[in-house]
Ligand binder design. Structure first.
Ligand SMILES: C[S@@+](CC[C@H](N)C(=O)[O-])C[C@H]1O[C@@H](n2cnc3c(N)ncnc32)[C@H](O)[C@@H]1O
Length: 198
């Protein structure tokens, strides 16, 4: 089954149960129309990918597209990134998180809806395996400043060269659009250091 039922699944998640094997797991938080996720899954049969999307129509589209492409290493979860992080995920279990073009909620009164805040970032780090990575991209200059501040100096992490890492990855649906529009894009990447260093 491509779609994982967040209310029926074993908690915390067990990767062998979900994917039928134990391979490095990459999580795409806010996978949208899944262009990035599906291209990565097709290129990397050695990893398993979990798309997390709170909008039902994009979640369903992601499931349909995965089925059409016959990708055995993709599962889709219809829930929020916060539910995944704080209820479903085991600690130290994820090889990579991608948060690509998270909703910037530009109006000040909506800033509290933004995904990037310290508690979420700290929990991402807890859920990363040692050596696991968080990769982030945004086109929103002010939100980029917030993300930079949230990620700066997180305990148990070290920054990585985001441009170099993203150069080896597919573009997302939003990025295709933004590149045509010529919007500047900021990228961030960090790695969880060995547990003993944190
Ligand atoms: C701007 S779109 C980017 C989609 C995709 N990552 C891309 O780059 O093409 C943001 C996506 O994140 C989803 N989203 C927003 N907040 C979320 C949350 N807290 N948990 C899961 N998905 C979320 C939205 O429904 C939307 O599909």
């Amino acid at each position: 089954m491509i779609a994982v039922d967040p209310d029926a699944v074993t908690v915390p998640l067990r990767w062998e149960e979900l994917f039928g094997r134990r391979a490095p797991v990459h999580v795409d938080l806010g996978s949208g129309k899944c262009r990035f996720l599906l291209e990565l899954a097709a290129a990397r049969s050695d990893i398993d990918l979990l798309g997390v999307e709170r909008a039902r129509k994009y979640f369903e589209l992601g499931c349909q597209r995965t089925a059409r492409r016959g990708l055995p290493n993709v599962r889709m979860l219809h829930t929020t990134g916060e539910d995944l992080l704080f209820r479903l995920l085991p600690e130290a279990s994820v090889a990579a998180f991608y948060v690509l073009f998270p909703d910037p909620w530009p109006k000040k009164r909506h800033h509290k809806r933004r995904f990037f805040r310290r508690e979420n970032a700290l929990r991402i780090v807890e859920c990363l395996e040692p050596g696991g990575r968080l990769l982030v991209k945004t086109d929103h200059p002010e939100y980029a400043e917030v993300i930079e501040e949230v990620l700066h100096g997180l305990p148990g992490t070290r920054p990585l060269d985001a441009e170099a890492l993203f150069a080896a990855l597919p573009l997302t649906g939003f990025e295709h659009k933004y590149r045509i529009e010529g919007r500047p894009i900021r990228a961030f990447a960090l790695e969880r250091t060995l547990l003993s260093e944190s």
